[in-house]
Design a binder for this molecule. Structure first.
Ligand code: NAD
Length: 493
């Protein structure tokens, strides 16, 4: 099958660091024991930098710095308005260097440059949003006339442990950093080991914006080492985690010993359901975007498409033709729509599902490495039709540019198929019958539903999944609730 691909000289950003360090108590530092790990770029798969590999001793130092800043520093005690000013300066700084951020993110992750730029801008928006929210924060007061007044005294929880994945690293870090800092917490961030580059920029951004030393601490490292030490640290009362469901289960168990607060944004296998009365052009555009943008490395990817039988053949033919014309190539080329997958290990995983899919479905597009791109972690946008609900490519999260299409006859069958997986992150419903759309939305197992639309959302809305896709919802005031304790104060009149 033919695939459009572009091969350009691999772009390497100027002034790339060759070593990526921790940031603890306002200083860039190496690991206490000098441990490092290699960081690859996904186009050459060559090591371009070494990063400090945090161990227990490094986490201990970072948590001590964050605890000192929390217990004795100004940050938790500042007026919300004053913290908000700092957060707006952070947003300004992110916006001012969005092009640089995007080129570093693209180099480290393999995401197409146009999409990485959008993610950098979204990171700035997250800071603006929580800066505004914290100023508008209001808490409840309850009066029992003549007897009692009760009010809520909201307090930041303490040192927040933030653990993030590699798929859109900078933006996902901002989704945790902004509400944690807005709430008055101090933080220790442990970014994903595949992609530590953009996280190292936060230190300078925060310093310039006026975040006091010790409020933001960054420890790089392997999940089972640095991440594990952070999760188990007794002075870290809460963990906000985004990553795989199996990792979430491990962290959940490890948080139990200290009864930590937890927020878990986990994996997905989200359905897009296309009924015969849908605007087919819009549904095809959207479902292509849903699974092939961000290289398919998107937690809310519509990686299963359920299509009503009467339009099934037409949908499959048109969808496959469009998938074949997606431009795969060097992530830094603005024409590229699908870049290189993040790491050779992840590439091997996605390719193994492509091979599994060949015996589980009818291959309509892609199916391997695109022609003309012999090196790098490139996978052709791959479409399988006639995929049974028992198939592994229907049930398991692939997290790459691979989609499974399955027909259905009735609304009830569509709902059973949509709900017939362990995940429940997002669902996308395409129909012009609004009653059907709302009934379906309210029955589908998904934390987030888009009707005749995709992925654009108001930051005030809840974000999160049900079933194996997560625990707890962040977004809007829910994030502030997570990073704060609501103490009840009662006084008798
Ligand atoms: P991952 O679970 O492998 O790693 C995520 C983070 O956890 C990394 O920083 C890693 O170092 C750390 N980690 C690993 N083991 C740990 C341990 N034992 N203790 C503490 N920390 C540990 O996930 P990934 O491969 O980086 O990311 C892809 C996954 O993230 C996909 O499943 C995707 O769906 C999910 N994701 C979910 C959302 C969401 O909002 N629901 C958003 C983005 C990504």
């Amino acid at each position: 099958m033919t695939q459009t691909s572009v091969q350009t000289t691999h772009y390497v950003p100027a002034d790339l660091p060759t070593s990526i360090r921790h940031f603890i108590g306002g200083e860039f530092v190496d690991s206490v024991g000098g441990e490092t790990f290699d960081v690859l770029d996904p186009v050459s798969n060559q090591t371009y930098a070494t990063a400090a590999a945090g161990q227990q001793a490094d986490i201990d130092l970072a948590v001590a710095a964050a605890k000192e800043a929390f217990d004795n520093g100004p940050w938790p005690r500042m007026l919300p308005r004053a913290r908000a000013r700092v957060l707006h300066r952070i947003a300004d700084a992110v916006e001012a260097q969005d092009a640089r951020l995007a080129e570093l993110e693209t180099f480290d992750t393999g995401l197409p440059i146009t999409q990485a730029l959008g993610q950098a801008q979204r990171a700035a928006e997250n800071f603006r949003f929580f800066a505004d929210l914290i100023v508008a924060q209001a808490d409840d007061t309850y009066k029992v006339p003549g007897r009692q007044i009760n009010y809520v005294n909201r307090k930041p929880v303490g040192v927040a442990g933030l653990i993030t994945p590699w798929n859109t690293p900078f933006m996902l870090e901002s989704w945790k950093l902004a509400p944690a800092l807005a709430s008055g917490c101090t933080v220790v961030l442990k970014p994903a080991e595949f992609t530590p580059l953009s996280a190292s920029l936060w230190a300078q951004i925060f310093r310039t914006a006026g975040v006091p030393d010790g409020v933001f601490n960054l420890v790089n490292g392997i999940g089972e080492e640095a991440g594990d030490a952070l999760v188990k640290h007794p002075d870290v009362p809460l963990i906000s985690f985004t990553g795989e469901t199996t990792t979430g289960q491990t962290i959940y168990r490890n948080c139990a010993a200290n009864l930590k607060g937890m927020s878990m944004e986990l994996g997905g296998k989200s359905p897009a359901v296309v009924f015969a009365d849908a605007d087919l052009d819009a549904a095809i555009d959207s479902t292509l975007f849903g699974v092939f943008s961000l290289n398919g490395e998107r937690c809310t990817a519509s990686s299963r498409i359920l299509v009503e039988r009467s339009i099934y053949d037409d949908f499959c033919a048109r969808y496959a033709a469009r998938a074949q014309s997606i431009v795969v190539g060097d992530p830094h080329d603005p024409k590229t729509e699908v870049g290189a997958l993040v790491h050779p290990e992840h590439y091997a995983k996605v390719m193994s599902y492509v091979e599994i899919g060949k015996s589980e479905g009818r291959l309509l597009a892609g199916g391997g490495r695109p022609a003309g791109l012999p090196e790098g972690n490139y996978v052709s946008p791959t479409v399988f039709a006639d995929v049974a609900p028992t198939a592994r490519i229907f049930q398991e999260e692939i997290f790459g540019p691979v989609v499974a299409i399955t027909p259905f006859e009735t609304d009830a069958e569509a709902l059973a198929l949509a709900n017939g997986v362990k995940y429940g992150l997002a669902a996308y419903i395409w129909t012009t019958d609004l009653t059907r759309a709302h009934n379906f939305a309210q029955s589908v197992d998904a934390g987030m539903v888009w009707l005749n639309s995709h992925n654009v959302r108001d930051l005030r809305t809840p974000f999160g999944g049900v079933k194996a896709s997560g625990l707890g919802h962040e977004g809007g005031y829910r994030s502030i609730d997570f990073y704060t304790d609501s103490q009840a104060v009662h006084i008798t009149l």
